[in-house]
Ligand binder design. Structure first.
Ligand SMILES: C[S@@+](CC[C@H](N)C(=O)[O-])C[C@H]1O[C@@H](n2cnc3c(N)ncnc32)[C@H](O)[C@@H]1O
Length: 254
């Protein structure tokens, strides 16, 4: 690796993204150049208001199933407001927001980003997840989640010699077998899916903030591409696993 990222091994802080402590531990007095994160999706507890819960067990955030459910979309917006307001206060003014969401989460996330001054939705990055369909003549791609890219300012027009922004990627759930290696997090993101986002919206040596690290796919991709990861995760076992994963990546690149 050509860049000296840090004398200290990177780690994932066990913290709540709505509270200040994790940001302070992860960033100290520095600021991040990109927010690239994958918060809990807008999954509701009930199919309709007052109806039965979809899965009463889903409330219990257990290891290997760190799923959070919300009573209503309004509750999800309140949650989004709490963490996003906190996170953007740790960014440089030019930083972009790249936020993964399921389709129901697009509206609340866009509303909150706009309220915070990120008035330009530059686009929607789509992960076409390769299915295991065996029909020899066609390949089905499933879209479950997209990453919304926000900026405070519009994109300048593309010069004739410049490469266009990538807005879609195709990949299986775990083409590189990293999910399997790192606990099979239900919302794991493969390196090949994250790589265009890291390369497009940050430069080597810059800091990438991920307050919802899960199994650590984003901070691991950041480190692999010579960026500084600043991350946290609320579940202690996952936070510990991410720290272990980052130490492995840092060890490989020295
Ligand atoms: C969608 S997953 C992230 C998956 C991750 N991108 C990966 O590749 O493994 C969201 C993560 O946020 C964590 N989480 C939920 N609420 C949180 C909070 N308030 N603060 C920090 N982390 C939280 C969950 O435990 C879960 O691991």
């Amino acid at each position: 690796m050509s860049i000296e990222l840090s004398s200290e091994a990177p780690r994932c802080h066990r913290a709540d993204a709505r509270e200040p402590g994790g940001y302070l531990s992860a960033l100290g007095d520095s600021r991040a150049h990109l927010l690239l994160t994958d918060p809990p999706y807008c999954l509701l507890t009930r199919r309709r208001k007052g109806g039965d819960e979809r899965d009463p067990r889903a409330h219990k955030k257990i290891d290997r199933n760190p799923i959070v459910r919300f009573e209503t979309v309004k509750d999800y917006r309140v949650f989004t407001e709490a963490w996003m307001t906190r996170a953007v206060s740790w960014l440089t003014p030019e930083a972009r927001l790249v936020i993964w969401t399921n389709l129901l989460g697009k509206e609340p996330i866009t509303t909150v980003a706009r309220q915070l001054g990120y008035t330009h939705l530059l686009g929607e990055y789509v992960w076409g997840k390769r299915t295991t369909d065996k029909n020899a003549n066609e390949q089905l791609l499933r879209v479950y989640e997209v990453a919304l890219v926000f900026s405070r300012t519009p994109l300048p027009p593309l010069g004739p010699g410049e490469a266009p922004t990538v807005w879609a990627v195709v990949g299986g759930y775990d083409d590189d077998a990293e999910a399997q290696q790192w606990g099979n997090h239900p919302h794991h993101k493969p390196f090949s899916v994250l790589e265009p986002l890291v390369r497009t919206y940050s430069r080597p040596g810059e800091t990438i903030l991920d307050p919802f690290a899960g199994s650590g796919s984003t901070p691991a991709a950041a480190l692999r591409l010579e960026r500084r990861p600043a991350c946290m995760e609320i579940e202690p076992e996952w936070a510990e696993r991410v720290t272990h994963r980052l130490r492995g990546v840092a060890g490989h690149s020295r």
